[in-house]
Each structure stands twice: as C-alpha cells, then as structure tokens.
Design a binder for this molecule. Structure first.
Ligand code: ZN
Length: 111
C-alpha cells in the first residue's frame, strides 16, 4: 500500500525528473518583487537609471522619483567634465544645484 502511494506522489509531483525548480519559485521578498517587475516589463524598478535633465527651473524642476522621504542625487553639471555634484533631496523641498538646475523629489509607490 505505501509503495503505491509513493509512486502516486512521484508521478503527481510538479518537478520533472532531472530538472530544477524555476528560480521564481525559490526567491522571496524584495528579490521576488524585483523579478516580477522585470517580467512585467519594468527594467528599472528601483529608479536608479540616469534621468535626462529637463528645463530645471524653479517652476518646472527635474522630478526625481523616490519611495522615501529623502534621496541622494548626482548632477552632472557640465557634460564635458567627469565631476558629479551630489546632494540630498528631501520631500517637499525643491533644491537648486550649483549649476542652476532645480530638482524636486517625486513620491512613487515602493516596490
Ligand atoms: Zn548641477
């Protein structure tokens, strides 16, 4: 009787013999949410890719997405130099870089 049950369990298993489970079945937490975002077509779920600057005036600042109350931002003030100016942005407080561009934090939903 136990042999028959064991055979039934082996045959009804989801894993084929000699194959590993799918990676998505093993990951949990933040890594799983990141993988699901990639599968859904979002190639930058943490919003870490470089953003092309817009007008950057006080009335129309460059919007920096963040799921938190503050974020560090690097501004390449002049495209011909290799220097990056870093500054902290806080929610609700637009900030002007030394080059004259304005930046403001744009709240987004956390991943
Ligand atoms: Zn700058």
């Amino acid at each position: 009787m136990w042999r028959r049950r064991a055979l039934l369990l082996l045959r009804s298993g989801t894993r084929a013999k000699g194959k590993m489970h799918d990676h998505l079945d093993h990951v949990t937490g933040l890594e799983k949410r990141e993988l699901l975002a990639h599968l859904a077509g979002d190639c930058d779920p943490f919003r870490i890719m470089a953003i092309k600057k817009g007008p950057g005036t006080f009335e129309c600042p460059n919007l920096i997405p963040s799921a938190f109350d503050k974020r560090i931002v690097g501004c390449i003030c002049h495209p011909d130099t290799n220097h990056i100016e870093y500054m902290w942005l806080h929610r609700g407080e637009p900030k002007r870089c030394g080059c004259g561009y304005w930046f403001e934090l744009c709240p987004i939903a956390p991943l």
